[in-house]
Structures are given as structure tokens and as C-alpha cells.
Design a protein around this ligand. Structure first.
Ligand code: PA5
Length: 442
């Protein structure tokens, strides 16, 4: 059964949250021409082959190759370590967090680790706990030159060779550019199995390439369901029915809130621990794609909207006071789950004490979902806008749908604002300066 995500944009309307931070129907209606022009622009660019991420869910042959590799690898390894950072780690990590404990996961799945940071204590601790004879290292870097990933690779390469001699390359798996970069060269010369990242797909848009799908398949996740959900979203979010397109509505709502109402922060707040990784993935997507100094005309715009994450209900006791009564500069994007897969009944132990007895017989699902609805309603009453994505269940189909919807929303926002969402000059500069500093040049 398909679990289509439903989006609710009602609580960004002025009729719900008032004039200070709500959008009027007129605010949206005035954009209709620009909306249509942006839609046509994206269609043209896609037809020219400039936005290949849209077509990734159709690449069935790659999925089959990945599944075959993973099936064999699952028999050989107890642990898989993904060495990558940014777009080469956040997506695959989010998939594992969301889906890695679902009952349909392959029973023989190895443990998957994402040590994306170069924190010496953590990395040493992880390597010390692994049995190298039973560990596969999936090194993921599109450019092949990212300092953190290269450093981790070099450390691992030495330890593998020391322990496994000429069999070290059987414990390495690369995901990188088909032609360029250090990893591709090493893969060719040292006979290391390597999967390709389409050169036209940027890091943070690469979750449906082998970057995300290989660790997902190794972890026994439902990769076909993921692609099916993404494909459904691609169809829904490219239709000419512009105002019912959830990707366009999401992007338009956030951009107009930013530009007309000074809403400079979007907080993604799942009421489900398994979805917190998706909020991390979204932070990078929205921040790195749209936080830009220049627009496409070369004018200084310093555009950006800061994506944050919070966890419901935990952060109701930490952050929500600020969201409710602090500055009018935030929109909350709730992620709600209807069916959590399991439920826990709260027992009835004190029948003679009405305050305690009230909870008896209710469930944790009822409680967490009631908390989400109560927070949404309290924010509305306080004049604070919100959007909700309702996941019927946390399954691969819904997650795939969510990912593709937000990727399309992000490129739509870039085109709408006249900003290039596919580059990241600030990140690149950091990489160059790190190297200079270590070389003693700055
Ligand atoms: O989205 C991006 O392009 C970046 O965040 C990259 O994913 C990140 O810098 C890692 O780059 P690479 O995959 O080249 O190692």
C-alpha cells in the first residue's frame, strides 16, 4: 500500500496567523506569472539535460547493479563504514536513521557507520571497535579531493593493508566521479570496485545516486520503494497544476515569508526520532543551495533563510517557548507520522487519582501526535506560521517522496529568486584555505 505524504499549508495564511507573519491570497496570486515563468524555465533546463537529478529514480539498471553488489557484500561484512561528508554523508545517514529499523530490512544487514567528522577521538574509537577482516569502507567523494574524506581514507588504507596485506582492496568500495579525481585514479590502478556519481548531480542532490543507494542497499533498506516514492513525487511536482504542486508551494511559501515578512529561519521539526536525519539533510540542502551572496545577474543579494532542526516533543521543553514568544522570524515545518509502526499503551495504575488515571489506556502515539497538534495550534494562536508534512508511515516510499519533493522545491526556489542553487563557492573556498593553512601558507 502506498503511503502518500500529505502537505498542509493552511497555517501560513493571514486568515490563520494574522498579517504580521502570514501571507495573503493576494501575495500568492501576484506571483502567478513568475511562478509560471519559473516552471517553464525549469522544464527547459531539464530538457536541456541541466538538471539530471530529476531523472534519477528512473535509473533502474544502476539500482539493479547496486542490489547485486549489496547482496553479496552483506554476506561478507558485519560492518560498513561510509567515509564522506556533507552531501556524501547526510543523505545516506538520514536514510539509515529513518528506515534502518523497519521490519522489512534484510535480516543479514551489517551495521552502517557514518563518521563524517574528522574528530580524532571518535574516529580512533570507531576504528578500534571494528574487526577489519569483516569491515567494508565505502569512500564517497564526488570531487575526490575533500580533505576530511581523503584523510580518513588514507588512515583506513594504511590499516587495511597492514592487516590484510594484498587483500586490502576487497574491503574498499569507492563512489566518485566517473573520470576525474584522486579516487577514480586509485580505483583504476589498485583494482578497487567503484560506482559512479553522475557529474551533473551535485553532492546535496545525490541521495538517489549510488551515494545514497549503495549504503541503503548494504543496510538492507527498501531501495526500490525509495525510488518508487521519488518517482511519484517527480511526477506530482512537475505537473502543470502549479498551485497544487507541493514542491512549488513549499518553496514559494518560504521565499515569500522571507522576502515579504522577514521570516529568516525555517525550523524543521519532526515528531518522530527516525525523521530527525531528514531535518539534517534538509538543512544542508536549503542552506548551501540558497545562501548566496550573488544572484545570477552578478548583483549582491546576500539571500538566505537559515534552516534549523528541532525534535518534537522533546524540544517543546527547550525551544518552543522561543518559537511562540520570541521574534516573529520563524516558520516551523512539522513532520507528523500517523502510524508509528508500533505503539505502547500507558497502563492504568492509579484509578483513584483522576490526574494520573487520565493517562491510563492512552498510547504514546496518541500522546506524541496530540502534542504536535497542540503545538501547531498554539503557534497559530500566537501568530506564528507553520507547514506540516504528514507521513502516513515511515516507509521507503514516503521517504523517497519527501526527498524528491524538497529537492525540486530547492531548485524551484533558486530559479524563482534568480539564484544558482547548484553551486557552493563558500564551501569550496573553505577546502582551499584548509590546505593552505596546513601547508603553512596562511
Ligand atoms: O553539496 C555539496 O556539493 C557539498 O556539501 C559536498 O557534498 C561536500 O563538500 C563533499 O564533497 P565531495 O563529495 O566532493 O567530497
Amino acid at each position: 500500500m502506498k503511503s502518500d505524504i500529505r502537505w498542509n499549508f493552511a497555517n501560513i495564511g493571514q486568515d490563520q496567523v494574522g498579517e504580521k507573519s502570514g501571507l495573503s491570497e493576494d501575495d500568492i496570486a501576484k506571483m502567478s506569472q513568475q511562478l509560471a515563468a519559473t516552471h517553464n524555465d525549469l522544464k527547459e533546463r531539464r530538457n536541456r539535460g541541466d538538471l539530471p537529478f530529476y531523472n534519477l529514480p528512473e535509473k533502474v539498471e544502476i539500482v539493479e547493479e547496486i542490489q547485486q553488489y549489496a547482496e553479496d557484500a552483506r554476506k561478507r561484512f558485519s560492518d560498513v563504514v561510509v567515509l564522506g561528508i556533507g552531501g556524501s554523508s547526510l543523505g545516506p545517514g538520514a536514510l539509515q536513521t529513518a528506515l534502518g529499523r523497519n521490519p522489512e530490512c534484510a535480516a543479514d544487514a551489517p551495521r552502517i557507520h557514518f563518521p563524517d567528522n574528522v574528530d580524532p577521538f571518535e574516529f580512533d574509537d570507531l576504528l578500534g571497535r571494528l574487526d577489519l577482516e569483516k569491515t567494508l569502507f565505502n569512500v564517497v567523494t564526488k570531487s575526490g579531493g575533500t580533505p576530511e574524506t581523503l584523510a580518513q581514507y588514507l588512515i583506513v588504507r594504511e590499516r587495511l593493508e597492514h592487516k590484510l596485506k594484498d587483500k586490502y582492496n576487497e574491503h574498499l568500495l569507492f563512489t566518485t566521479d566517473p573520470v576525474k579525481g584522486h579516487l577514480r585514479r586509485i580505483a583504476n590502478s589498485e583494482k578497487i570496485r567503484a560506482f559512479e556519481i553522475d557529474p551533473g548531480v551535485g553532492g546535496r542532490f545525490s541521495i538517489l545516486t549510488p551515494v545514497g543507494l549503495l549504503p541503503a542497499a548494504l543496510g538492507g533498506l527498501d531501495v526500490s520503494g525509495l525510488c518508487e516514492g521519488a518517482s511519484a513525487a517527480e511526477e506530482e511536482c512537475t505537473s502543470d497544476e502549479l498551485l497544487i504542486n507541493p514542491a512549488y508551494r513549499f518553496a514559494l511559501s518560504l521565499c515569500l515569508l522571507r522576502d515579504l515578512k522577514n521570516v529568516g529561519t525555517v525550523v524543521m521539526m519532526p515528531y518522530c526520532n527516525r525523521l530527525l536525519g531528514l531535518a539534517d539533510w534538509f538543512r544542508q540542502l536549503w542552506a548551501e543551495s540558497l545562501g548566496k551572496r550573488f544572484n545570477l545577474k552578478g548583483e549582491e543579494v546576500f539571500w538566505g533563510q537559515t534552516p534549523e532542526k528541532a525534535l518534537g516533543a522533546t524540544d517543546q521543553h527547550s525551544m518552543v517557548q522561543l518559537y511562540m514568544e520570541g521574534p516573529f522570524d520563524k516558520v516551523i515545518c512539522f513532520l507528523e507520522v500517523e502510524d508509528h509502526g508500533v505503539d505502547v499503551v500507558i497502563p492504568r495504575i492509579y484509578p483513584d487519582q483522576p490526574d494520573l488515571d487520565f493517562w491510563g489506556g492512552r498510547t504514546l502515539s496518541e500522546l506524541i501526535n496530540a502534542e504536535k497538534h497542540a503545538t501547531e495550534s498554539a503557534l497559530r494562536q500566537a501568530g506564528r506560521p507553520s507547514i506540516t508534512a504528514v507521513f502516513p508511515r515511515v516507509d521507503a516510499y514516503a521517504v523517497g517522496q519527501f526527498l524528491m519533493t524538497l529537492e525540486i522545491a530547492t531548485v524551484f526556489a533558486g530559479a524563482f529568486l534568480g539564484i544558482n542553487p547548484l553551486d557552493q563557492p563558500g564551501v569550496e573556498l573553505g577546502k582551499v584555505l584548509t590546505k593552505k593553512r596546513l601547508a603553512g601558507e596562511s
